[in-house]
Design a protein around this ligand. Structure first.
Ligand SMILES: Cc1ncc(COP(=O)(O)O)c(C=O)c1O
Length: 691
């Protein structure tokens, strides 16, 4: 394909406006225009023209009488019409966007712009001027070239706000835009405000000549209110800014208003500067396009609500990533912790509470495998301990897993070195099994029966593959897992970190009668206080003395007090029934709202951990839709974990109603933007795209 380079475009008025004359009904002035710097024969081209209504009649884009006023573009022999973005009164202006095919010629092309009132007149016939754009052509593209096809950013932001911008670029140069950091020659997008670099973003994929890419990036607003210019362009790292090669930037005015800065902004800056592992459900964006504040830093939580530093209240569905099953700051648990305070948190010998808690866990019915316990601080601690014990007990190395089992090395290895820094082994010692896939599970167990140490699984709702949350248990799968694992002489481990005290009867093992050799509990055990526990049969747990396990804080007393109080409540209050009933009604409500909105989406996960899946097959569009949905939930005051919702004992009828009303608005917005096309979806999004 040949490239054509246009010289700067010239505007020539074929008719010059006549001397003052009486006002005309149909008259236009072409105020400004923009065209890409390079056209490629036979390719789509995007441009805009600013038109001003100099006549006496209002221009309507969609009038009931069909007499719409449109912009007309003639390219060689082809005529295109483009609608006005809104009605335009006399003396008002509008920007008309044009997308058209550049002719398949490498000769100079003349574009002629006119206006038409349908079924009435071309404006040129009513003695209004035409706009003519002509070009000279050169054959080769430059190395560095970019067309900014679309761009959206908020016009006004408050000081220090972090806001999202979206840009659609076309590589109109001959350079292949590499994205690998290792090459040291990658191309990145850079944003400036008044000449100061404020953000840099990697391209989502390599971009070859003529290819188009979409990019969302987050930019920080200046501290001082005023008028600024936001500029976007590219850099070829280690070589040159595109600007230095005469590639024009995308520029747009930005007003930093004197509106008050959200209270969390300064602390949020601290997080960005010095605490990169902080949690943030709105992924770094502090406001939406209409100025709605998103939570950045929280002050407190109570029940199912959290409050940010500005006192704004949100309904929480992360619930401490699942640990606050009774609700944040449950009064009974807090009182128990307060009572234990003063005895010292970390002691040289076990505190009374640790052994009372041991008895509570081992002598009651919810956890049938519990003969011996080992405490930890996190779910990851006890999952790792369970895997080590399985290997020690069997003298074998292979572990099959199903679900998420924490951040430590044995598990992270399965996620790959690139994203975790954990070296992979060949052949791998940890292998993933799909939840409820009995055939693949038995095939893997048989294939590895001589070196299989254990099978660890989330026994309900296990995530895996492309699914963030799996379904409830298929009993046959669980029973086969148990019998096949034991036949292979391996150890069965249930990771009940999420299901513990949340599943009917308190655990999956109790509810199904399929009892593992060991079970990991965490999250709800301390209702938010850091405590986890591995419980297991004596025959496996006796290998503790050959397993290196000694976290300093595993006997920490205040969390033991919290766990004792929480466990008492789980036994005396209808916590599980409430959570399941609430979750079911939430699921039914969301399904109904999807049907009402005409959206193809489905609920996934058991009622205690639910997520909405959009049944969109195009991955790019799916990501946009999901991002927009999360953004709209935040706008309405719902905090979820990437869309996953974990109801608690503290969520009441009032929250259910409020939640469904927010979700209803979010779904309608998704539907509307989705129907408007990809560009409208991109424009609606303020959050950087979620994965
Ligand atoms: C099923 C499951 N296992 C293990 C873990 C790891 O627990 P933690 O984050 O407390 O280390 C999690 C955490 O979300 C989990 O959901």
């Amino acid at each position: 394909m040949e490239y054509i380079e246009l010289e700067p475009l010239s505007i020539a008025c074929i008719d010059s406006p006549p001397a003052p004359e009486p006002a005309r009904a149909h008259a236009v002035r072409y105020v400004d225009h923009s065209l890409p710097s390079h056209f490629i024969p036979g390719q789509w081209c995007r441009a805009w023209v600013d038109v001003r209504n100099e006549g006496t009649q209002r221009w309507e884009p969609h009038p009931p009488d069909g007499q719409a006023v449109n912009l007309v573009l003639r390219v060689e022999q082809v005529t295109h019409q483009f609608p006005l973005p809104h009605p335009v009164d006399p003396q008002e202006a509008a920007r008309v966007q044009m997308v058209f095919l550049w002719p398949s010629t490498s000769d100079p092309v003349v574009l002629t712009v006119d206006m038409v009132k349908q079924n009435v007149t071309y404006f040129s016939d009513a003695r209004s001027a035409l706009l003519q754009l002509t070009s000279n052509v050169t054959a080769n593209p430059p190395t560095y070239g970019v067309d900014f096809l679309e761009f959206s950013s908020p016009a006004t932001v408050c000081p220090k706000a972090r806001f999202g911008i979206w840009v659609r670029l076309r590589n109109s140069g001959s350079l292949h835009w590499d994205i690998s950091a290792a090459s040291g020659r990658r191309v990145r997008v850079v944003a400036w405000i008044n000449g100061h670099i404020v953000a840099g973003e990697s391209l989502p994929a390599p971009v070859g000549p003529l290819q188009i890419c979409d990019l969302h990036m987050v930019v920080s607003a200046p501290v001082v209110p005023g008028q600024y210019v936001l500029e976007v362009n590219l850099v070829h790292e280690g070589i040159t800014y595109f600007k230095a090669k005469n590639v024009s930037s995308m520029e747009t005015p930005l007003t930093v208003s004197s509106a008050s800065v959200p209270a969390g902004a300064a602390l949020y800056d601290t997080a960005l500067r010095s605490n990169w592992a902080f949690y943030h459900p709105s992924l770094g964006v502090s406001r939406l396009a209409d100025g709605t504040a998103l939570p950045q830093v929280l002050e407190r939580a109570k029940g199912c609500h959290v409050w940010d530093l500005d006192g704004r209240r949100f309904i929480d569905y992360t619930m401490g990533w699942g640990c606050a099953l009774l609700g944040h700051g449950n009064d009974v648990v807090e009182a128990a912790v307060r009572r234990s305070m003063g005895c010292g948190p970390t002691l040289p010998l076990p505190h009374r509470l640790e052994l009372e808690l041991t008895d509570m866990l081992c002598q009651t019915a919810e956890i049938p495998c519990a003969e011996v316990v080992a405490f930890g601080k996190n779910g990851s601690d006890v999952c790792t301990l369970a895997v080590r014990l399985a290997r020690q007990a069997t003298g074998r190395k292979i572990i099959l897993f199903c679900g998420y089992h924490g951040w430590q090395d044995w598990y992270s290895e399965s996620l790959g070195f690139g994203g975790t820094g954990v070296p992979e082994r060949q052949p791998s010692l940890v292998l993933r099994v799909d939840f409820n896939d009995t055939t693949s599970l038995t095939r893997l167990i048989v294939a590895h029966r001589r070196d299989l140490a254990g099978v660890i699984m989330e026994p309900s709702g296990a995530s895996g593959g492309h699914r963030m949350v799996g379904e409830d248990i298929d009993l046959e799968f669980l029973q086969t897992a148990a019998s096949a694992t034991r036949e292979a002489g391996a150890v069965l481990i249930f990771d009940e970190i999420i299901t513990g005290f949340r599943y009917p009867k308190g655990s999956v093992q109790k509810a199904t009668g399929v009892v593992p050799d060991m079970a990991c509990f965490g999250k709800a055990v301390g209702n938010g206080y850091p405590i986890s526990v591995l419980l297991g049969r004596h025959s496996v747990m006796r290998h503790m003395d050959r397993t290196f396990y000694g976290p300093t804080f595993k006997g920490e007393v205040y969390s033991m007090a919290a766990a004792q109080a929480a466990l008492t409540l789980y036994r005396t209050e209808p916590v599980i029934d409430h959570v399941w009933a609430y979750g079911r009604r939430l699921q039914e409500g969301i399904s109904r709202l999807c049907a009402e909105a005409g959206l193809d989406a489905s609920i996934a996960g058991p009622p205690f951990r639910t997520v909405l899946h959009f049944n969109e097959t195009d991955p790019k569009r799916h990501r946009l839709i999901r991002t927009l949905y999360l953004q709209e939930l935040l706008r309405g005051g719902l905090i979820t974990y990437s869309g996953i919702m974990l109801p608690s004992y503290a969520h009441t009828e009032a929250e259910l109603e409020e939640t469904l009303s927010v979700i209803s608005s979010a779904l309608r917005k998704v539907k509307q933007c989705n129907e408007g096309g990809l560009a409208e979806l991109h424009r609606a999004i303020e959050i950087p795209l979620v994965r």
